[in-house]
Design a binder for this molecule. Structure first.
Ligand SMILES: C[S@@+](CC[C@H](N)C(=O)[O-])C[C@H]1O[C@@H](n2cnc3c(N)ncnc32)[C@H](O)[C@@H]1O
Length: 211
């Protein structure tokens, strides 16, 4: 019996160690279209839907869990989408060392892990340091989107971002009413909304002048 050849995951999935010291977007995507990041992209629903809907935008997912990152990438690979990729590894390593300052049009952080137990709160992604990293990599007038179903966690995110001197608070666009099972922002968005949980959403714009 003949089996279909397995398609290599590269370039849809790569790990940090496979990449050089810094990411040159033009080299990485093969064009100079704007770049948006999906930080903690999970299974890649946002990456896939956005890349299909906006072929002139490049999307990069960052995912510390390689298994989830590969799942996301295999979705992109099936359609051989040229404008979406996943990097496996800690987003903080990528954001702090590999991404050129003010080179990202938008950063999306959907449903970051709540780490419910108090002794685990220090593992939460969205901290002052993380907000400062976003301010460094997002271009002037660029945007940060973050959603969560966890009120306490969203309060922290909102306080950090509303209080940040380099972001201004914006009103997120109205929440869509999904028409089918893939018509959600992310997999977690689908799961939480189908459970009837609330969704808290934030949008912030990087302040400062474009050069
Ligand atoms: C609750 S899930 C949400 C996934 C996706 N954003 C969604 O809404 O369906 C949080 C994701 O963030 C990833 N994550 C947590 N810390 C991370 C880090 N430091 N760097 C990259 N990904 C991270 C987790 O592995 C997980 O897949």
């Amino acid at each position: 019996m003949q089996t279909a050849p397995i398609k290599p995951m590269k370039p849809w999935f790569q790990v940090i160690d496979d990449l050089g010291d810094h990411l040159d977007w033009e080299e990485f995507f093969g064009n100079d279209n704007p770049v948006e990041l999906d930080i903690g992209c999970g299974r890649g629903m946002f990456l896939f839907n956005s890349a299909v809907a906006n072929p002139d935008v490049n999307y990069l997912g960052l995912e510390i869990d390689y298994r989830e990152g590969r799942r996301a990438a295999s979705r992109l690979l099936k359609r051989e989408l040229p404008n979406a990729r996943v990097i496996g590894g800690d987003c903080k390593v990528v954001l702090s060392g590999m991404v050129k300052k003010h080179s990202v049009r938008a950063a999306h952080v959907y449903y970051p892990d709540p780490w419910w137990k108090k002794r685990h709160h220090k593992r939460r992604l969205f901290t002052q340091e993380f907000a400062d990293l976003l301010a460094e990599i997002v271009e002037y007038d660029g945007q940060v989107h973050s959603w969560s179903d966890v009120a306490d966690l969203f309060d922290i995110i909102r306080d950090l971002m509303d209080g940040h001197s380099q972001f201004s608070t914006q009103t997120p666009p109205p929440l869509n009413q999904p028409e089918h099972d893939l018509d959600y922002q992310t997999s977690f968005d689908r799961k939480k909304r189908q459970m009837g949980l609330p969704v808290f959403r934030g949008l912030w714009q990087r302040t400062g002048k474009k050069n």
